[in-house]
Design a protein around this ligand. Structure first.
Ligand SMILES: CC/C=C\CC/C=C/CC(=O)SCCNC(=O)CCNC(=O)[C@H](O)C(C)(C)COP(=O)(O)OP(=O)(O)OC[C@H]1O[C@@H](n2cnc3c(N)ncnc32)[C@H](O)[C@@H]1OP(=O)(O)O
Length: 287
């Protein structure tokens, strides 16, 4: 009983704080709202495809930190773009990059993954549309994923883009869907429709539309209503500590590997072709 009273006081505080945060200009890449039960919706709104550049990754990271400070009950990551959760890493950040910015980009990517994976609050994603590569990694770092049936696809198509998935990326996927499914998914760059994603454990539930996906996330978050938040967090982090410790230990090496992959001339040539094919697709569709 004492615990419930404490939570509702915290909820009131969150509601005031987040109204202020949402209107802050630096937060315009996400829309952040918190309901009266203390469940936050972090809606990515970097048009047209929520590609993950430094600023969007930092904004999501900072938003989660604020929600943790405010003892929010949980958060739902979602998207304002119709049919697209996120197109993954911003390819323009990787194309002929400035070295200093590329290093900042890599750091922001690592910070985001560690923040989400090790978050004290319950983290979920309502995936209503395309969720490729980096976006799939973001979803995998959360506690729970619901995804809409239909045209939406999710997967780690890194090899199709010419990026060999890093060990930590493979580890993250293996924890969720096992060795065999991960091996097949990573080598083939397969993009899973929701029902197939559910079969391999890449998502937890299939929803009929975005509203239903959000509702399912809320229901998942509320499953923890009768568990003390500190006990839940302690249990979650003790089960995830091996990944976090390994990541921190190898962080410098992961950074070097990523920088080497991206700056490799063969990768840059492949990326030229990949980006041109994306633009061509648009020209053909318009013709
Ligand atoms: C936190 C990260 C952690 C770990 C990282 C692990 C490694 C990750 C590697 C990556 O993430 S690489 C990125 C992989 N993503 C893709 O391959 C997606 C490519 N995009 C598409 O397949 C399609 O654009 C789409 C299915 C997302 C959307 O299709 P559609 O609705 O038909 O829109 P358009 O194709 O016309 O795209 C609109 C516009 O957006 C540009 N764009 C698309 N994707 C990206 C992107 N990833 N980065 C930057 N820009 C992107 C596209 O070129 C169009 O631009 P215009 O200037 O022509 O309007």
């Amino acid at each position: 009983m004492f615990h419930l009273r404490k939570v509702s006081r915290d909820v009131a505080r969150v509601a005031v704080k987040t109204r202020r945060l949402s209107s802050a200009p630096e937060r315009s890449l996400v829309d952040l709202s918190v309901d009266k039960e203390g469940i936050a919706i972090v809606q990515m709104q970097r048009a047209p495809v929520n590609s993950l550049n430094i600023e969007l990754m930092r904004t999501i990271c900072d938003s989660v930190s604020d929600l943790e400070k405010d003892k929010c009950k949980g958060m739902i990551l979602t998207s304002a773009s119709p049919n697209i959760f996120s197109a993954g890493m911003d390819l323009m950040e990787l194309h002929n990059p400035d070295m200093k910015r590329l290093e900042e980009f890599s750091k922001s990517m690592f910070d985001l993954v560690l923040k989400l994976f090790g978050s004290k609050i319950v983290t979920t994603a309502a995936i209503d549309g395309y969720s490729g590569a980096g976006a799939c990694v973001v979803a995998l770092a959360l506690d729970y994923r619901s995804m809409t049936a239909g045209k939406a696809r999710i997967g780690l198509n890194d090899t199709a883009v010419g990026i060999p998935p890093a060990k930590w990326v493979a580890d993250l996927m293996t924890r969720t869907m096992g060795q065999r499914n991960t091996e097949l998914a990573l080598t083939s760059s397969f993009m899973f429709p929701a029902e197939r994603a559910l079969q391999v454990g890449l998502v937890d539930e299939v929803a009929k539309d975005k509203e239903d996906a959000v509702e399912r996330c809320k229901k998942f978050i509320k499953l923890y209503d009768n568990i003390l938040p500190a006990v839940r967090t302690h249990t979650k982090l003790s089960l995830r500590q091996d990944f976090i410790v390994e990541f921190e230990k190898n962080r410098e090496q992961y950074l070097k590997d990523f920088m080497n992959t991206i700056t490799n001339p063969a990768f840059q040539n492949g990326l030229d072709i990949y980006i041109s094919s994306l633009k061509q697709k648009k020209v053909k569709a318009a013709a």
